[in-house]
Design a protein around this ligand. Structure first.
Ligand code: ADP
Ligand code: MG
Ligand code: ZN
Length: 604
C-alpha cells in the first residue's frame, strides 16, 4: 500500500516535469517574440492580419502568415496600450482582434506549475519524512501493547474437554469455571464471588495449556493467551503496560479467559534473587495483581495461569481474590496414558496388532506431551521405512527414542569397546534382575543411543508415587554394577561409567539431605535449595548446617555407596556365569528383549 502511493507520487512528479519542459519548448518553436514597438510598427505598416489577446500575450498573425508573440503588461488592456502609442484607430479596422479566454487547463498549469512544483516537491519530501517517523512512532507506541493472541470463538478446531484425555480431577475442577463463565447469574444471585484466578500446576507437558484452551472452548468464550516471558522485554515498564493493555482488551470482551502461561517468569517471589530484570518483573507482577483486584463484580473475566514451579511463586499471587483456586495436574497414570494415546492416534493409521495398553505400560513417567511426541516419532519412523501403517515395532522404537535419544547405529566402536559395553550393560541388567526392589529389565542393548554407549531399560510394573530407601539402595547398586564388572573383567574402569557414578552419588546424597533416610543424620533436611536466575539457570544451595554435619553427610554418602557396592558385588560373583552368557549374547545380537534376557537367565 505504502509502495503504491510512493510509486504513484514518483510517477506524477516525472510527468509534471516532462509536461513543463514540453510546454516551454512547444511555445517557442513556432512563434518568435517581438516587442510592443515592433507590433505598433507592423500595425502602422498594415502588416497585421489578426491579434489574439491571451492573457498577457498578444498573439500576432501577419498578412504573410508569420506568427509572433508580443507581451503586454498585465494591468494594461490592449486598447489602452494601443492608444498610449497614439496609433490611429483606422489602422486597427482591418485587424481582427479577439480575446482568448485563457482560464483553461494549460493557462493555469502554466501559471501554477512554476510555483507549485517546488512546493509539491517539498511537501512530498515532508510527507515521506513524517510517514517514516510515524511508522517508528507507532511501533514505539505498540511496544507496550499486549500482543495477546486471542482465539476465535467460532473456530472449528476449538479444543474442548474431550480433547484432553485423563486428568479427571482437573477437568472436574475446571468444569466449575466453565459454569461461572456460562451462567454467571446463577452464582451472583446467591451472592457468591466468582473466582478471579485459577492456577494450573503441573510438570511440563502435562497439558496445562491444553486444559486452559479447553475451558475457553467449553464455555465458548474468547481466550487471550500470553506467556509470562512475553511481558518481560528489554525496556523497563513494558511489561506493566502490556498487562494493562491485555486486561483492557479482556474487559472489552467479557466474558472471557485470560491465560498467562509460565507465570513463574513474572510471578517469582518478589525481593529475592539477583536476577537482572527483577525490578521489571516486580512491576509486571504488581500490575497483574492490581488488574485482578480491579475487576468489577459484573466483569466476568477469569484469569488462568499455568506454572510448573509453584514453589517460586510470590505468595501475593496465591491469596484469596487472586489465584485462589489451584488445580494440580499430575503426570498421567497407566489408564490416562492409554486414553491420551487414544486421543492422539485418531488421525494415524495403526496396524491391527497395535495394543495401546502395552505402550502405556511401557511409558511410566511420560507426560502427555511425551506421548504425543512418541506417536509422532513412530509415524516418522514408519514413513522412513516406506510403510503405510504404524506397527508395534515402530511404537517400541519410538519409546526408546523419546526416553534415551536416537539410536546411533553408525557410531563405530572397536571390538574392545564393544566388549566393555557388553559386560557393562550385562552387569546392570543382571544385578537389576536379581535385586527384589529393582524394576524388571525390559531391554538391554549395546547400540549407542543419545549420550549413552549402551543402555538397560527398566520399566516399573506399575505407576509409583513413593519410593522407599530399599528402592533407592537397589537403584544405586544397579548403577554401580557397570563400573564393578568392568573392574572385575578388565582389571580397570573406563569413562563409560562416569554418569552412572554421578547419578549413584546424587541419589545417595538425596537420601540423606532430602528424604531423611539416614539413620545416622536423622529425619531432617539439609540445605536450602534456591534457584537463582542469574546468567541462565543455576541451582544455588544454601547451607543450613555446620561443617561438622557436612563431614558427616560425606561419610554417610560413602557408607551408602559401600553398602550398595557390596550388594552388587555379591550378585556379580554369584551370577558370574549368567552374566558372561548375557554379555556374549549382547555381543552377538547387540540387543536383547525382555523375553530373551529372561530365558537366558532361567536356562542355567
Ligand atoms: P504444558 O502446557 O503443561 O507444558 P501442553 O498443554 O502444552 O503442556 O501439552 C503439550 C501437548 O501434549 C499438547 O498439545 C497435547 O498434544 C499433549 N497433551 C498433554 N496432555 C494431554 C492430555 N491430557 N490429553 C491429550 N493430549 C495431551
Ligand atoms: Mg504450556
Ligand atoms: Zn552404565
Amino acid at each position: 500500500m505504502k509502495n503504491l502511493v510512493k510509486n504513484f507520487l514518483v510517477f506524477f512528479l516525472v510527468f509534471l516535469a516532462i509536461a513543463a519542459i514540453f510546454s516551454t519548448f512547444s511555445s517557442q518553436t513556432k512563434t518568435s517574440r517581438v516587442g510592443i514597438e515592433a507590433l505598433i510598427q507592423e500595425l502602422n505598416q498594415d502588416k497585421v492580419k489578426s491579434l489574439v489577446v491571451s492573457g498577457n500575450d498578444i498573439e500576432i498573425e501577419l498578412q504573410d502568415g508569420t506568427l509572433q508573440v508580443a507581451q503586454k503588461e498585465a494591468s494594461e488592456s490592449l486598447s489602452t496600450l494601443l492608444s498610449n502609442f497614439q496609433l490611429s484607430p483606422d489602422k486597427l479596422e482591418k485587424v481582427a482582434i479577439s480575446v482568448k479566454d485563457e482560464s483553461g487547463w494549460s493557462y493555469w498549469f502554466g501559471i501554477i506549475l512554476p510555483i507549485a512544483l517546488p512546493l509539491i516537491l517539498i511537501a512530498a519530501f515532508f510527507i515521506f519524512m513524517m510517514r517514516g517517523a510515524q511508522g517508528m512512532n507507532s511501533k514505539a507506541m505498540s511496544f507496550g501493547q499486549s500482543n495477546a493472541k486471542d482465539f476465535n470463538i467460532n473456530n472449528k478446531d476449538q479444543v474442548t474437554f474431550k480433547d484432553v484425555a485423563g486428568a479427571k480431577e482437573a477437568k472436574e475442577e475446571l468444569h466449575e469455571v466453565v459454569e461461572f463463565l456460562k451462567y454467571p447469574k446463577k452464582f451472583q444471585d446467591l451472592g457468591a464471588r466468582i473466582p478471579r484466578g485459577v492456577l494450573l500446576l503441573g510438570s511440563p507437558g502435562t497439558g496445562k495449556t491444553l486444559l486452559a484452551r479447553a475451558v475457553a472452548g467449553e464455555a465458548k468464550v474468547p481466550f487471550f493467551h500470553m506467556s509470562g516471558s512475553e511481558f518481560v522485554e528489554m525496556f523497563v515498564g513494558v511489561g506493566a503496560s502490556r498487562v494493562r493493555s491485555l486486561f483492557q482488551k479482556a474487559k472489552k470482551h467479557s466474558p472471557c479467559i485470560v491465560f498467562i502461561d509460565e507465570i513463574d517468569a513474572v510471578g517469582r517471589r518478589r525481593g529475592s534473587g539477583l536476577g537482572g530484570s527483577h525490578d521489571e518483573r516486580e512491576q509486571t507482577l504488581n500490575q497483574i495483581l492490581v488488574e485482578m483486584d480491579g475487576f468489577e463484580p459484573t466483569q466476568n473475566v477469569i484469569v488462568i495461569a499455568a506454572t510448573n514451579r509453584p514453589d517460586v511463586l510470590d505468595p501475593a499471587l496465591l491469596r484469596p481474590g487472586r489465584f485462589d483456586r489451584q488445580v494440580v495436574i499430575d503426570r498421567p497414570d497407566l489408564k490416562d496414558r492409554e486414553e491420551i494415546l487414544k486421543v492422539h492416534v485418531k488421525k494415524k493409521p495403526l496396524a491391527k496388532d497395535v495394543d495401546l495398553k502395552r505402550i502405556a505400560e511401557r511409558t511410566p513417567g511420560f507426560s502427555g506431551a511425551d506421548l504425543a511426541n512418541l506417536l509422532n516419532e513412530a509415524a516418522i519412523l514408519t514413513a522412513r521405512t516406506d510403510k503405510k501403517i504404524i506397527g508395534m515395532e515402530e511404537l517400541f522404537s519410538a519409546i526408546e527414542k523419546v526416553m534415551i535419544g536416537p539410536e546411533r547405529k553408525s557410531r563405530i566402536i572397536n571390538d574392545k569397546e564393544k566388549k566393555i559395553t557388553a559386560y557393562h550393560e550385562a552387569g546392570h541388567a543382571v544385578v537389576a534382575h536379581f535385586l527384589p526392589n529393582s524394576d524388571p529389565v525390559q531391554k538391554v542393548s549395546i547400540i549407542a543411543r543419545g549420550q549413552a554407549g549402551g543402555y538397560t531399560l527398566k520399566v516399573p510394573t506399575e505407576d509409583r508415587y513413593f519410593h522407599s530407601k530399599s528402592d533407592f539402595m537397589d537403584e544405586i547398586a544397579v548403577l554401580l554394577a557397570g563400573h564393578l564388572i568392568e573392574k572385575e573383567v578388565f582389571g580397570e574402569v573406563t569413562t563409560g561409567a562416569t554418569s552412572d557414578l554421578r547419578r549413584a552419588t546424587s541419589i545417595a546424597r538425596s537420601l540423606i539431605t532430602d528424604y531423611g533416610m539416614s539413620d545416622v543424620l536423622g529425619p531432617r533436611t539439609f540445605g536450602q535449595k534456591e534457584e537463582l536466575i542469574f546468567l541462565g539457570r543455576e541451582i544455588h544451595e544454601q547451607r543450613d548446617y555446620s561443617e561438622k554435619i557436612a563431614e558427616e553427610i560425606d561419610v554417610e554418602i560413602h557408607s551408602f555407596i559401600s553398602q550398595a557396592t557390596l550388594k552388587a558385588q555379591k550378585i556379580i560373583q554369584e551370577q558370574r556365569d549368567k552374566l558372561e552368557k548375557v554379555a556374549l549374547a549382547l555381543l552377538a545380537k547387540e540387543t536383547l528383549e525382555k523375553e530373551e534376557f529372561e530365558a537366558l537367565l532361567a536356562a542355567a
